[in-house]
Write a protein that binds this ligand. Structure first.
Ligand SMILES: [Zn+2]
Length: 254
């Protein structure tokens, strides 16, 4: 499964979410044919996964988008491409607990997922997880009091989880490129220093795409050699327009 996720680990007051059987009158039974949906428990070899219905947290995605609009009043072209991705309704919010078979304690987390759109938007999904983490760094208290505490979820001290540092470069109408050049000394190095969204280049002939990705490598890898993220939240003063101009020259666009 593709896509990317941002996780907030903490403690859930699970008792508040369990559905307790209630006595109902005949009329209530007729009117409410279905019980309200409670947590789903999936048992597997190494333990179990508890999936708590999280509709009450669905407002987080709108609050996240509002944060982006406030923080980025003048979006770059690449940021606008990301907003188009969000318009496709790609954010899911889940609350899950993992309980290993040999343990009685449960690891709870709230998870914001960003869909990879069947492989077309994997880089946008990575950017979504990156920006959700920034949102949590900036507005963690607001998120906690507005969403998490009413849900009986208490975030833990290690508030976020970003295993690897992501670095993006704004590439105009192609959206953001994910810089992977720092992985080139690994055993299975990536072929190119940047990964682009398939959805941004699928209209191109394959040979044109290969020529473009090579030229993007040669032109912009030196820009990213410090490994710093040049997204519009991390580096708002970055000259995205000059990258766009050089990119248009590569594509022979006016
Ligand atoms: Zn960034």
């Amino acid at each position: 499964m593709g896509g990317a996720a941002f996780l907030i680990r903490g403690e859930l007051d699970y008792g508040k979410h369990e559905c307790k059987p209630q006595k109902k009158t005949f009329l209530q039974r007729l009117r409410l044919r279905r019980q309200p949906e409670g947590p789903k428990i999936l048992e597997f070899g190494q333990g179990k996964l508890i999936d708590v219905p999280a509709e009450k947290l669905s407002g987080m995605s709108a609050a996240f988008r509002e944060y982006l609009h406030n923080r980025i009043p003048k979006p770059w072209s690449s940021t606008n491409v990301f907003h188009e991705y969000l318009d496709a309704g790609v954010i899911g919010t889940y609350v899950r607990g993992e309980q290993p078979a040999d343990s009685s304690s449960t690891d709870w987390y709230v998870q914001m997922t960003f869909s990879g759109c069947a492989g077309l938007g994997e880089i946008a999904a990575e950017l979504g997880a990156h920006w959700a983490e920034r949102w949590y760094q900036d507005e963690g208290d607001f998120i906690t009091t507005s969403f998490l505490e009413p849900f009986h979820f208490t975030p833990g001290p290690s508030r976020s989880e970003d295993h690897f540092k992501r670095a993006f470069l704004p590439l105009g109408h192609l959206g953001y490129g994910l810089y992977v050049g720092h992985l080139k000394d690994q055993q299975y190095p990536p072929e190119y220093a940047f990964e682009l969204d398939a959805g941004a280049t699928e209209y191109m002939k394959y040979e044109d795409y290969l020529r473009l990705i090579k030229e993007i490598d040669e032109t912009f890898e030196p820009v990213m050699s410090d490994g710093l993220c040049r997204c519009q939240l991390c580096m708002p003063d970055f000259d995205a327009a000059s990258v766009e101009g050089r990119l248009k020259a590569l594509l022979n666009q006016p």
